[in-house]
Design a protein. Structure first.
Length: 158
């Protein structure tokens, strides 16, 4: 009987440490997202970004391919399946900048938007392309929870 309890305790400890090890060993996804960094990236995009381009966007569990012409989505697929026009507007670089602005706004107001009492438990990190300014990577991680959201973007000019 003792051996069974010991095995159970070791198993429970192993399961409990997995989320901690994951967060501690997870590679950093850029620097903290700040209003200043976002404004600099947006200004660079407005100055150098093409109006027509292809995006490959990877989020956990899905791959999006987006064709943008004159800053409007003209075609989009998710895992090879067409996406309805009503769901496309957020999948331009400009839409991603709006999303990041909303993330910062939610964080400034409180942690309630993320289901936490303390907004310092929410980590927003981003990498911006150094040449064009588009958001190449984004990560939102909530401390103490197994909830995070991220994307990785590759852009090809048309």
């Amino acid at each position: 009987m003792r051996r069974g309890k010991r095995v159970f305790a070791i198993g429970l400890l192993a399961v409990a440490t997995v989320p901690v090890v994951y967060v501690l060993t997870r590679p950093s996804t850029g620097e903290p997202l700040t209003p200043e960094r976002l404004a600099e990236a947006r200004a660079l995009w407005e100055k150098r970004g093409p109006s027509s381009y292809w995006l490959e966007v990877d989020v956990p569990g899905a791959h999006h391919r987006v064709e943008v012409k004159d800053r409007a989505v003209v075609a989009m697929t998710t895992d090879g399946n067409p996406v309805s026009p009503s769901a496309r507007e957020h999948w331009t670089v400009e839409g991603m900048f709006r999303f990041l602005s909303e993330e910062l706004s939610n964080l400034r107001r409180s942690g309630a938007a993320y289901g936490v009492a303390d907004p310092t438990d929410v980590f927003l990190r981003a990498e911006f392309d150094s040449r064009l300014g588009f958001p190449a990577r984004f990560l939102r991680h909530i401390q103490g929870q197994a909830r995070s959201f991220e994307w990785t973007v590759r852009l090809s000019e048309r």
